[in-house]
Design a protein around this ligand. Structure first.
Ligand code: NA7
Length: 576
């Protein structure tokens, strides 16, 4: 570590995506703090900077997936499609950075490699890859949940020997266009990313080979151009709409007209099918998952919606053998992130698309000419696209050497799985806030809503520390353990932990299997964390007020899983 301490700030923010930008605005412009942000990319956007592969698009609608903190911003920005593309979100975030003059606080092309807490000075020292050190009282981790991509070189033999071009979707080239035109393209993976990319690649490629280990459920986005009248009408009642989002299960006001609050098993087959058909036609993942209240908690109820989607796949895909291969059978619908697509299943009716099952016959290696399966079958390829996913949630934190009190490494402390208080803080790491971290609603929600909740909360917490004449805030061990137990209990009352998903860490060899997001619902979670603040930061030790090891017991309301809190949201017709 360099000996040069270049500068001090009140707060250091890691990342310049949705979190980093809002944190700069809140802490600098509303709190008057000096802030410094570091960003690996050469532009703002975070996830939306790196994932610029063809077809990249948010699975939450534009008018929902946007900041609510500035009524002027939300009125002036015009979205062009129901679901925003990556370029449109990137343009939006650049506009936000310029409009609020945030860029001058950000040091781009700079990776944070270490952060160390000093208990004597009550400061974090942050080391960046240019060898510099920076100090700050508070540390805000806005590193995202899906920013640590899996490296194909760790997973497949011969990547460097492959003679064609290859790309990971999570680091798609920015400075030159990647063309599929006339090429034989191999796509490895069939998660959300691949499901967006494959139909785009198929339009111009000579041939697309899709190497599928496990099929995923996907529902249509029913995307289309934004109806200007709809946009205008929603903007006229944006405050009320944002409030409903904040109080909802997933951070999105419920999208099904007449949401059925009962069990899927309580109605006749015909009515069930009608509900599912309506959700299918409306489009989007939340719509389908909230068609009945028990789809994420009752296996039999879930099987009805899972089978509905399988029946759709069989209807769309003409070759019955291919259709069957595309039908997921290993997990209940929604327990892995449900994919939202544009013409995904239809793509398999094209002559230039081939589905290659690799569950029983995996990829043995990449060769100079392409790829070889275990049984010796060869595929000649000009390009390979790795859509193989991420070391989610904890990966981006573990990529940094974060050392708390006593020099303890976060990645060692969490070796058996993450342990947080409220998904925002962790014992032993004072003054560090993890935005949309493990054990918060995070990836099970509209991320922008959750990000704003967290940044608002941590801003108030910092204000509390300062105004009470103290220097540090830290989760007590007891409160943290009670939160972890609560998160587990709620998670285990749902079907979520059953799936081998990145939610549970199952996609990364050797990662402990822990269901990481908090599934109690965005609205109830917000009430919980606000309640903690109102009770004088219950479960936290604000320095000078007590011992970090001995704190009163903290109890959490027994919020049900997200599926059952669905009916706390107002049923509104939200579709353009
Ligand atoms: P995902 O959802 O983690 O999907 C990764 C895909 O890659 C999935 O189909 C995996 O199959 C496949 N994969 C991973 N490793 C291998 C190997 N070794 N061989 C073959 N196939 C492999 O990542 P995405 O980028 O699609 O989506 C991540 C999130 O981003 C998404 O949920 C949205 O929230 C946005 P597997 O299922 O493991 O058999």
């Amino acid at each position: 570590m360099s000996e040069v301490v270049t500068e001090d700030a009140d707060a250091i923010i890691v990342g310049a995506g949705f979190t980093g930008l809002y944190a700069i605005y809140k802490l600098r412009d509303q709190m008057g703090l000096s802030v410094r942000a570091f960003e690996r990319g050469d532009g703002v956007g975070g996830t939306w900077f790196w994932n610029r592969y063809p077809g990249a698009r948010c699975d939450v609608e534009s008018l929902e997936y946007s900041y609510s903190f500035s009524p002027e911003l939300e009125q002036e920005w015009e979205w062009t499609e129901r679901y925003p593309t990556q370029p449109e979100i990137e343009r939006y975030l650049n506009h936000v950075a310029d409009r609020f003059d945030l860029r001058r606080e950000i040091q781009f092309e700079t990776t944070v490699v270490a952060a160390t807490w000093d208990d004597a000075s009550h400061r974090w020292t942050v080391e960046t890859d240019d060898g510099r050190r920076h100090r700050a009282q508070f540390l805000v981790m806005g590193v995202g949940c899906l920013s640590s991509k899996l490296d194909p070189r760790d997973m497949f033999e011969g990547v460097d020997a492959f003679g064609g071009e290859w790309h990971h979707t999570g680091a798609w080239p920015k400075d030159h266009a990647v063309s599929f035109e006339g090429k034989r393209v191999g796509v490895i993976g069939t998660g959300s990313t691949a499901i967006q990319l494959i139909p785009q690649a198929a339009k111009t490629a000579d041939h697309v080979y899709v190497f599928q280990r496990t099929p995923n459920f996907s529902v249509p986005a029913q995307n289309g151009p934004m109806d200007p009248e709809f946009q205008k009408a929603l903007k006229a009642r944006y405050r009320e709409h944002r409030k409903a989002a904040k109080e909802s299960a997933f951070g999105v006001p419920v999208v099904v007209e007449d949401i059925n609050a009962g069990s899927a098993l309580a109605v006749a087959e015909e009515e069930r099918r009608r509900e599912y058909e309506e959700a299918w036609q409306l489009g989007g993942g939340a719509t389908m998952l909230l068609a009945f209240a028990d789809l994420l908690v009752d296996e039999n109820a879930n099987e009805t919606v899972s089978e509905f989607v399988r029946s759709k796949i069989r209807e769309i895909v003409k070759d019955p053998k291919v259709a069957e291969r595309l039908c997921p059978t290993d997990h209940p619908l929604g327990t892995k992130r449900i994919c939202v697509d544009i013409e995904y299943y239809q793509t398999y009716n094209r002559d230039n698309v081939t589905l290659v099952p690799i569950r029983e016959n995996p990829i043995a290696k990449l060769t100079p000419a392409g790829l070889q399966l275990q049984d010796g079958q060869q595929f000649e390829l000009d390009m390979i696209v790795f859509a193989i996913g991420f070391d989610a949630m904890t990966g981006p934190l573990f990529d940094i050497d974060i050392r708390g009190r006593g020099g303890e490494l976060l990645r060692e402390r969490w070796a058996d799985g993450p342990r947080t208080y409220l998904g925002l803080t962790t014992h032993g790491f004072p003054n560090m806030f993890i935005v949309t971290g493990p054990q918060s609603p995070s990836v099970l929600s509209n991320m922008v809503v959750s990000i704003e909740q967290h940044v608002d909360w941590l801003t108030d917490a910092i204000k509390h520390v300062r105004e009470s004449g103290h220097e540090t805030i830290e989760a007590s061990l007891e409160a943290q353990e009670a939160w972890v137990a609560h998160v587990d209990e709620v998670g285990n009352s749902t079907l979520f932990p059953r799936a081998n998903s990145w939610y549970t860490g199952a996609n990364v060899p050797g990662k402990p299997r822990v269901f990481t997001p908090y599934v109690g619902g965005v609205g109830p979670y917000w009430q919980t964390i606000c309640g903690v603040a109102e009770k004088g930061y219950e479960g936290f030790v604000v320095n000078g007020t007590g011992s970090a090891l001995g704190d009163p017991e903290t109890e959490f309301a027994a919020h049900g899983p997200a599926a059952t809190v669905g009916d706390t949201s107002p049923a509104e017709e939200e579709i353009a």
